[in-house]
Design a binder for this molecule. Structure first.
Ligand code: RET
Length: 247
């Protein structure tokens, strides 16, 4: 059967997805409301961050509705250990969300640090490689999935290097307040982004935790990486003229 998976979310997992969907939606409207207190040309970070949470809201709506997944063959089923060969729901819709939103989050950070456009482009391309290799690894049913996972981890190492080293040093040149917001949001991002491959290894990768636990793991990460990150970023920019960053 190509449509159902025996390892899938329950009603509670679905409710949790809808709760995160609501949180994303509410924070999106808050960011837009804050944008209207600014001149049109000073709304860049509000718009970028609102776009991130609205896209995530739609992805969470999809997962709460138990759509946007495909059943992938796994070796072992916890609920039915005697059966070798079960099917787990793999939510490919996450990767569509991440393909759109992770570059926007990187723009939030790298533009705060005043990085030039060739760097923005290069880091976003590396980010896309990370997301797509993660998607392929999630969808293939063999030991090759860990090769794709390794490619994605290399890409993440480079992104982390850009954030904790190159961009952090660049941000310093724009003054104490820029350095402060970059350090705060950059550190939060570094810690959270490193936890995504951990969640992946336990869910799509190793089928160690149940899809409901996967919902909570990724859900908490996404809640911190999008609305909480966004609120800190917009707050940190309250006294920074985008023109100072060349924007
Ligand atoms: C994958 C698997 C392959 C290896 C690595 C991954 C990292 C994913 C990350 C995702 C971040 C998502 C965010 C979403 C919402 O805002 C693709 C799981 C390294 C870092 C921040």
């Amino acid at each position: 059967n190509g449509k159902t998976a025996d390892i899938a979310i329950t009603e509670r997992g679905s409710d949790f997805y809808f709760a995160i969907c609501a949180a994303m939606t509410v924070s999106g409207f808050c960011f837009i409301a804050l944008a209207y207190r600014k001149q049109r040309r000073d709304r860049l970070f509000h718009y970028l961050t609102a776009a991130v949470v609205f896209v995530a809201a739609i992805a969470y709506f999809t997962m709460g509705s138990n759509l946007g997944f495909t059943p992938i063959h796994v070796e072992y089923s916890r609920s039915n250990p005697k059966v070798s060969g079960s099917y787990r729901s793999i939510y490919y819709v996450r990767y569509i969300d991440w393909f759109i939103t992770t570059p926007l989050l990187l723009l939030d950070l790298l533009l705060t640090a005043g990085m030039p456009w060739p760097t923005l482009l290069w880091v976003i391309i590396v980010d896309w490689i990370m997301i797509i290799t993660g998607l392929i690894g999630a969808l293939v049913d063999s030991r090759y999935k860990w090769a794709y996972f390794a490619f994605g981890c290399f890409a993440l190492v480079y992104i982390v290097y850009q954030l904790v080293w190159e961009s952090r040093i660049h941000a310093r040149a724009y003054g104490r307040d820029v350095e402060r917001v970059f350090t705060m949001c950059g550190s939060l991002t570094t810690v959270l982004w490193i936890l995504y491959p951990v969640a992946w290894g336990l869910s799509e990768g190793g089928n160690v935790i149940a899809p409901d636990s996967e919902a909570v793991f990724y859900g908490v990460l996404d809640f911190l990486a999008k609305p909480i990150f966004g609120a800190l970023l917009i707050w940190g920019h309250r006294n920074i003229e985008p023109a100072r960053l060349g924007l």
